[in-house]
Design a protein around this ligand. Structure first.
Ligand SMILES: NC(=O)c1ccc[n+]([C@@H]2O[C@H](COP(=O)([O-])OP(=O)(O)OC[C@H]3O[C@@H](n4cnc5c(N)ncnc54)[C@H](OP(=O)(O)O)[C@@H]3O)[C@@H](O)[C@H]2O)c1
Length: 280
């Protein structure tokens, strides 16, 4: 059973929310952590908080969609720590809006960040893990990777794609001793909703015939807030995956996430579609 102590783990999207809390938890457990995101000030503040000596935490600022930044992240990690034991693919955001109206460029951008760049970074860390015969890839998916919702299906489809990539990778890497798992958070209180609103402003402000339904979408989110989880609910699962010799293919948290996934398994599509339908 691998222990956390001494593991070198890259966490993308560590400047807020789930990634930030994951960094806290892993450092507490004795891991050496490399935190990556665009907001350098946030990363540096977190690095200072977690390890003022700078021995066990490295902050690398960059945009995951840029090839040069991904390579710099991997090179800096190897230069400082000499190896990579874990990669937590967490950076991501969601684009909102009706499929009819979201410009294809915005859709591409969401896929670029949340799926293509994740794959590209994984490709960079895999050769060394495969050659060493150990390592762990933890992909942060979503309940939305199983249940797509009206006005959210651009983001939801990136997480559906991640389900498939994770399953493929898991099978491909098993013979080489590299573990691959997926975590499906439900609604977690982070900056995610604000980031989604910012990314979708242009579409939401010009939603035309769909505009009356946006209110219903917001009400749905407000209701979910009452049962929302904390970033540490997910960080705990990341820790569990990294310290398991044979992690579960998938994890989910908090409780409402498991409940929705159970409904997806249980209910006919028409009934589920009624539950997640557009409402004014
Ligand atoms: N919160 C939820 O309810 C929820 C539910 C299911 C799944 N998830 C997933 O959980 C993951 C983390 O989200 P969160 O809830 O913690 O939201 P968050 O607080 O908004 O964090 C998102 C992180 O991703 C980083 N990021 C975004 N675009 C990036 C880019 N181009 N390059 C580098 N980093 C980038 C952000 O940092 P910078 O802006 O500084 O770059 C930030 O650190 C995401 O994959 C999300 O899809 C969240």
């Amino acid at each position: 059973m691998p222990t956390l102590a001494g593991q070198v783990v890259i966490i993308t999207g560590a400047s807020s929310g789930i990634g930030e809390e994951t960094a806290r938890r892993l450092v507490r457990g004795g891991a050496k952590v490399v935190i990556f995101a665009r907001r350098q000030d946030r990363l540096e503040a977190l690095a200072r908080e977690l390890d003022p000596s700078g021995a066990n935490v490295l902050a690398v600022a960059g945009d995951i969609t840029r090839d040069a930044d991904r390579r710099r992240l991997v090179d800096a990690t190897l230069e400082k720590f000499g190896r990579i034991d874990g990669l937590v693919n967490n950076a991501g955001y969601g684009t909102r809006g009706p499929v009819e109206l979201v410009p294809v460029d915005l859709i591409r951008q969401n896929f670029e960040t949340t799926i293509f760049s994740l794959i590209a970074l994984t490709q960079l860390v895999l050769p060394a893990m495969r050659e060493r015969g150990s390592g762990c890839i933890v992909n942060i998916g979503s309940v939305a990777g199983r249940i797509a919702r009206p006005l959210s299906s651009i983001y939801d489809s990136t997480k559906h794609a991640l389900e498939a990539i994770t399953d493929g990778l898991r099978g491909e890497l098993k013979p080489f001793g590299v573990r691959v798992t997926l975590i499906r958070p439900g609604f977690i209180l982070t900056e995610f909703v604000e980031a989604a609103n910012t990314a979708s402003t242009g579409v939401i402000d010009n939603a035309g015939p769909y505009a009356p339904y946006l209110g219903g979408f917001r009400v749905g989110y407000d209701r979910l807030r009452r049962v929302a989880g904390t970033p540490d609910d997910i960080a705990r699962l990341v820790e569990r995956a990294l310290t398991s010799g044979n992690p579960a293919p998938r994890y989910a948290a908090p409780l409402h996430a498991k409940f929705f996934l159970f409904l997806k398994w249980l209910l006919p599509d028409r009934v589920l579609a009624f539950i997640v339908r557009l409402r004014k």
